[in-house]
Write a protein that binds this ligand. Sequence first.
Ligand code: GLA
Length: 709
Amino acid sequence: MGTIDPFYALSSSESSLVIDCRNGAPAILYWGARLADGTTADMLATLGTRQEAQARVEKEARIGLSPEAGAGFPGGPGIEVHRDGRQWGVFSRVESVASGDDSLEIRSACDATDIDVVHRLCLDRNSNVLAATTEIINKGNTNLSVVSCSAPTIPLPLHLTEIVGFEGRWSSEFQLRTVSRFPGSYLRENRTGRTSHDAFPGVVLQTPHTSERLGESLALHLGWSGNHRVRVEELSDGRAYAQLGELLFPGEITLAPGESYRSPTLYGVWGEHGVGHVSRCLHRYVRSHLTAKRVRGKAKPVHFNTWEAMYFDLSLERLCRLADKAAEVGVERFVLDDGWFRNRKSDKAGLGDWYVDETVFPDGLTPLVDYVNGKGMEFGLWLEPEMVNPDSDLYRAHPDWVLQADPAPRLLARNQLVLDLTRDAVQRYLFERVDALLSEYPITYLKWDMNRDLSQPGGEDGRVATHHQTLALYDLLRKIRDAHPDVEIESCSSGGGRADFGILAHTDRVWTSDNNDPIDRLRIQNGFSVFFPAEFMGAHVGPHRCHISGREVSLATRAGVALFGDMGIEANLLELSTDELAELEAAVSLHKHNRDLLFSGELFRLDMPGHEHGLGIVSTDRRQALFLYALLDTMPHSAPGRFRFDGLLPNRRYSIKIVWPLAPESYSTSILDSIETSPITGDALMNAGMQLPIITPQSVLVFQLQAVD
Ligand code: GLA
């Protein structure tokens, strides 16, 4: 055992993290604003001196990176293990610490349970994002049952009393709700077997005064596409902590001697300049650490997706006509959605039979792909490899290949069951099918869908398979990417049911939501943007009457909202008038003109009243920006308020141009008539703000700013 220092510190441009390795297991002593040079860990330790309180234990268990049951921790233990009911009382001591420039690997040994615990922490200097995992290794000579092993636990500064969590459902993902911390646990558990629509594994802790622009916040996210648990607990002794980890079913993980389990990675960032700043840190991290190298800096092509235009009613002739129109409006990638494979005339049959349907495409996909390529567009294809319909050749041949909870009847959702990806035969079959399609056709993009929960997640050996299924999915994606490195993959799960940093490491785009209603979308995209940058946010122009909400919204608004993400079109182009096609073409061109800015710039969400929405993307050199203003609903006053820009350089003068809609309408002479006339300083734009014009509800304005000197 080497010498172990009492404290270890990591620092980034804006924050410091100090780990306390004294007296047993490691703990976070401090995580917050970057400490002054003169501040020592001893000072922090002195400031944290606790005392024995009435009617409590003599020696309070600390909130360690993995709080310990053996030390009497009264909250959620970081690690819960046992050997046939015994050896459960985790109580460890640090054995070694390896420290790198911006990382620490702390190994502790627990004699009570015969495990080693390894905590790995890495604080990225540039983005301020902490990435942290907990690993346990079975050092004993019997099997170890793992009940839970959370990522490192974060003690919370008590003034961060507000908890911003994520909720939602299909077509209404990433809805934010703030609650005040209370004695006891704020607990969100996800047993859907995918990241889920309703419980995104993330949380933001902040003060009651934190806004987009101002105040402290701490954002935490578990990068994992399976089950999870998010807990924020205020203990009766006055302390509070946040703990995120994988949620394991009984018996799901048993470690044989020598085997190990590593928690999913916890990503976190602390900041003092509003939630907006924390998001920008996370976006910077995603861009530098999770975005695949081959798509970094690449202009992401504008999509056309066939789903809402055609559903299952596919014909080569109509697809080619759609491709004509798509090319005309500037689309760069044509994506054939569901319905192209054998036995797939509706969502009742065919999943699993990944062979081109000869009744629709007698000569395979080649005529369509050639046609699309001939129009100058790439070709993309929809697949849902993890699923099978009972009415499919695959299921008829292998009814045992699905996850189940036998003898309970197999529970269908969207008429489908989930394949057990942990079986070699299933992996081989799926890889072979996807590989064959990608080898036969020049496909540059897969929309990888996954449309149901793992409601009955039993594997071949009778144990719950969700953990291994999630890893098996990552493996399958890795194998496909290794074999076809240039193919981009989108993570879709009935919209945004599988969006997390775990899947981002294997995919290049997220289908944010099936809901293309721009008014709903603004709310969905707002929540999505807390953790994810715009280039991952699939955003499509849907039909005039949204198929999901039934709301009818102008093309100007639909396009204005979509152009701030990875833009695409899903409306039936064959139904659009010449004027509408021209308008759409202009929106696509505006997006293309600005996509470098959108996909490398920094996002500023604006604090606005509930009936309005505002955001901007500002280039990192602050010389260019694109801002969106949306009036969602009827105004409470006869005129709106001011639009306070953000992220600009105070002393620079910016010219402002209204670039969308093509012909902005204003009730009477307004700011729209004067704003373009002379440049204005960033200072005035941000602090005085611009009086908004009176526009009709459900309409948008897009402002382009350019530094002039
Ligand atoms: C899911 C996706 C949609 C579409 C359909 C096809 O619902 O989220 O975008 O691809 O499947 O069945």
